[in-house]
Design a protein around this ligand. Structure first.
Ligand code: HEC
Length: 105
């Protein structure tokens, strides 16, 4: 009876740790100034294949420029549905890619 408890505890702990680190990254990125020029190459190599070169078409069928920055940052870090996680991008890369997406509004 005692064995399952630590696993459930660890699972809960790791789930909490994961979302806590996402929200702290989101607030860090919110404080950065994005550089749209630098973000263009991040966008072209990581995002354009699904979101199109205009960030409004493509197979994902989402109009990215209209999304809120915090929602977008969390989604880029964690992924959602068929969108993979891009947690390998640096905080500055994410701020830059979002500045580029906003320039396509
Ligand atoms: C493999 C395809 C794919 C790639 C690559 C991809 N996305 Fe997505 N993205 C999707 C799909 C599919 C959705 C819709 C997900 C859903 O709501 O289920 C989405 C949704 C989004 C949203 C909308 C979030 C919301 O829920 O309002 C944002 C913002 C976004 N993507 C940004 C990016 C950025 C920035 C990149 C590059 C770093 C990227 N995506 C790369 C497939 C992709």
């Amino acid at each position: 009876m005692t064995k399952p408890v630590p696993w459930i505890f660890l699972l809960a702990l790791s789930t909490f740790a994961c979302s806590a680190s996402t929200s702290s990254r989101v607030s860090t990125i919110n404080g950065l100034k994005g550089d749209a020029t630098a973000g263009k190459s991040v966008y072209t190599s990581n995002c354009a294949s699904c979101h199109g070169s205009d960030a409004k078409s493509g197979s994902a069928r989402e109009s990215l420029p209209s999304k809120s920055a915090s929602t977008a940052y969390a989604q880029i870090i964690d992924g959602k549905g068929s969108m993979p996680s891009f947690d390998n991008l640096s905080d500055q890369d994410i701020a830059n890619v979002w500045a580029y997406v906003q320039s396509l509004k």
